[in-house]
Design a protein around this ligand. Structure first.
Ligand code: TEU
Length: 561
């Protein structure tokens, strides 16, 4: 079985992890300093978010030199020391590969914008103004406004699906692909163990760039129907596999919004897929109002049955064919305990339940930094305290230029903003949560005196030790790694129940996704007395009865006879 199927991945957003030089920004030495911590947790792989040279318009996802380390983060020697430190501990490293776009400070773009006949012009996507002037089409950017920016030097527009400082590369140009493949080999030859591929299903844009269909009142719709899974995407990814990936035994995980389970199989098929696994987005839309022109800033209550349906579809479709990645959080979304659990009274129990869910499904679990101590969303009172280009653009468009209500807009940012996940890692109860001796680049969540690593390590009942136990449990359970998923109690309003089965082992998982007691019949054969409780997030006394009661956010994992 491929090594990455048996692994748990830990995602590090280095800017917010640990600062060793007091400049308020996390750095590579900060990651190296915490490797023993990661080893105690028991993770197998680290996914490091971008550490490359970048003007940092979008948290380093705007890269101006793919082969250089951003000085704020350290040097290439620091990076090499980090890789060696990981490998010495048996931890593998995957790097972020951001090649849908570059920074506008990348030398290719600096050249490209000089003149229409510059040799690098065709590295990017340029169009003249529409007839009568204005943007070439109505495509919107992910971060608000048009996806086109006018460049006066040559009188044409360039395409940017993200910020205007992130021009999209033209993947139809073979020279672009050659450059990307060479750069990938360069990193792989340094000894890394794979890539997390940013926006990997946006590389191929359809010929003619047809207009997008707007929702009511929408000026610049996100043209996902055109730029997701475009016509030549698989051609390019197969080429990348043949030219680069086939020569290395690596983990590749593609970020793929707007992909169905059937397409997921195509991406990750064990025989002729192009990636090890993908991040699907269906469950990320659960709490959004899809009818709103800006769904990502909306909030609607989600129901267990919706989460169960989505999960069941993916678990079933990929079993024996492709491979899932399992995540509820990352640097782009709110904290999982605030979003899918209860970050108040039941913070600890619900954080453990969500962890149980992630580690008992088929696929490779991803733990985002801080989730292992139950870190929560933050609510800064002023827009000045926010750093994310996405949130700042929203505020500018709605309030500064749109005359909208500042409080409403801040509320949307509190609920959905990406900075929720980007506040500094909380190491201890000292100033700035022990993250830095300087001024942190973004404020620390004020709950750090209670929620921090030092406190978690000292408490045997903490979220941290529960994650450690789950990771260990999964490692020694073939059913939890590769067993078939079968849904039980499909209509239960509070409890998510399923089994994972191999010919030799069957595991039962019971999750009370609610803040109330839940009654349920013992859903498997025999009685609870015949089963072995492998792990639970609350103390359980022997329960001979066939009727179970789960307490708020209670999670149990049983080995069935
Ligand atoms: O994110 C892509 C991204 O924003 C997706 O969440 C997508 O826009 C959305 O789901 C569509 O509905 C990646 C990085 O993770 C993010 O931090 C970067 O800002 C972005 O790419 C640009 O590189």
């Amino acid at each position: 079985m491929a090594w990455w199927k048996q692994s748990v991945v830990y995602q590090i957003y280095p800017r917010s992890f640990f600062d060793t030089d007091g400049d308020g920004t996390g750095d590579l030495r900060g990651v190296t300093a915490k490797l023993d911590y990661l080893q105690t947790l028991g993770v197998d792989v680290v996914w490091l978010c971008p550490v490359y040279q970048s003007p940092n318009d979008d948290g380093g996802y705007d890269i101006s030199d793919y082969r250089a380390i951003l000085p704020e983060f350290g040097t290439m020697a620091d990076w090499e020391e980090l890789l060696a430190g990981m490998h010495a501990r048996g931890i593998r490293l995957i790097m972020d590969l951001v090649v849908n776009h570059t920074s506008d400070e990348h030398p290719w773009f600096v050249e490209a914008r000089r003149s229409k006949d510059n040799p690098y012009r065709d590295f990017y996507i340029w169009r003249p103004p529409a007839q009568g002037g204005g943007e070439p089409n109505n495509w919107g950017s992910h971060f608000g406004g048009s996806a086109w920016k006018f460049d006066p030097q040559t009188g044409e527009y360039f395409l940017h699906l993200f910020s205007e400082r992130q021009p999209d590369l033209n993947w139809d140009n073979p020279r672009v692909r050659e450059e990307v493949y060479a750069m990938m080999r360069w990193w792989l030859d340094k000894g890394i163990d794979g890539f997390r591929m940013d926006t990997v299903n946006m590389f191929s844009k359809p010929p003619g760039l047809p207009p997008a269909s707007p929702r009511a009142g929408e000026r610049y719709p996100l043209a996902e129907e055109h730029f997701l899974n475009g016509p030549r995407l698989f051609e390019y990814l197969r080429e990348m596999k043949r030219r680069v990936l086939d020569d290395y035994n690596v983990l590749t995980v593609g970020e793929t919004p707007g992909v169905s389970p059937e397409q997921g199989v195509e991406f990750t098929h064990a025989r002729d897929g192009v990636l090890s696994m993908i991040f699907q987005f269906d469950h990320m839309a659960l709490d959004k109002d899809a009818a709103d022109p800006e769904p990502r800033w909306t909030h609607r209550p989600w129901s267990l049955s919706e989460l169960r349906d989505i999960t069941t579809r993916w678990q079933t479709a990929l079993h024996g064919r492709g491979w899932n990645s399992l995540y509820l959080s990352n640097h782009d979304v709110p904290r999982l305990v605030s979003r899918f659990g209860d970050d108040g009274e039941h913070r600890v129990a619900s954080a453990k339940l969500l962890a149980t869910f992630l580690h008992t499904l088929e696929g490779t679990p991803y733990v985002y930094q801080g989730d292992e101590i139950g870190m929560t969303n933050v609510q800064f009172g002023r827009i000045e305290d926010y750093r994310d280009v996405d949130a700042l653009n929203l505020y500018r468009a709605r309030v500064a230029q749109g005359g909208g209500d500042p409080a409403q807009t801040l509320k949307a940012i509190h609920l959905k903003g990406r900075d929720n996940a980007r506040t500094p890692m909380q190491w201890d109860a000292s100033a700035n949560a022990g993250f830095t001796t300087g001024t942190p680049w973004i404020g620390v969540n004020p709950n750090y005196p209670e929620v921090n690593v030092q406190a978690a390590l000292a408490d045997p009942g903490s979220v941290f030790w529960y994650y450690r136990d789950l990771i260990r449990l999964r490692r020694r359970s073939p059913a939890l790694i590769g067993g078939r998923y079968d849904l039980l109690l499909p209509d239960h309003p509070q409890v998510y129940a399923y089994t994972r089965t191999t010919p030799d082992q069957q595991v039962l998982v019971l999750l009370n996704f609610s803040g109330r007691d839940a009654a349920l019949p013992w859903p498997a054969g025999g009685t609870p007395l015949d089963a072995e409780l492998l792990l639970g997030n609350l103390e359980v006394s022997a329960e001979p009865a066939l009727d179970l009661r789960l307490r708020p956010w209670e999670a149990r994992v049983y080995l069935l006879p």
